[in-house]
Design a protein around this ligand. Structure first.
Ligand SMILES: [Zn+2]
Length: 167
């Protein structure tokens, strides 16, 4: 289970483990906004509900250009496991500009691809094989990415996420 971390201005910031969230609370860096009533933990002299949402005491500045490292899992998640070429279920990733032709490991050059398309495309460029992309691959940004990164979204979070979307 994980905890949603809100910045001091109540904007959702990240999803962290319970353990990390508790450390923030114990060090007075965050307060618990919502907890799981049936799970409590004890410290030397306090008892806590396991936090599901915490609020940071101090505002953390977030750079918009914060780079998200590219990964196979990340590319598949960004593209919703849809093959960029045929739209079928994809569980491999493809270099749009082949690596052997100078293509980089970047969000802009990697797309989800099914095994069939991946094999067919091989070391060819899109122009050579006559395929095109229906979107421009980019680094994912924003809150939806942070939250979708969690294995499981706690229903309690929706209150706080709705607030953020309205703002
Ligand atoms: Zn395909």
């Amino acid at each position: 289970m994980h905890t949603l971390v809100l910045n001091a201005g109540y904007e959702p910031l990240a999803v962290v483990s319970f353990k990390r969230a508790l450390m923030l609370v114990l060090n007075n860096k965050a307060t618990i906004l919502a907890g799981s009533a049936d799970l409590t933990v004890h410290s030397a002299n306090r008892e806590f509900e396991l936090p599901t949402v915490i609020l940071l005491a101090r505002y953390v500045r977030v750079s918009n250009s914060r780079a998200i490292p590219v990964s196979r899992r990340g590319v598949l998640r960004r593209d919703g496991h849809n093959c960029a070429y045929c739209g079928r279920y994809a569980n491999t990733i493809d270099h749009v500009q082949p690596k052997s032709r100078g293509g980089r490991d970047s969000w802009e050059n990697l797309v989800a691809a099914c095994l069939k398309c991946n094999n067919k495309k091989g070391d060819k460029t899109l122009a050579e094989i006559g395929w095109s992309l229906s979107f421009s691959p980019k680094m994912p940004t924003g809150l939806s990415w942070v939250v979708r990164g969690a294995e499981k979204v706690d229903p309690v979070w929706s209150n706080y996420l709705a607030l953020a979307n309205a703002a």
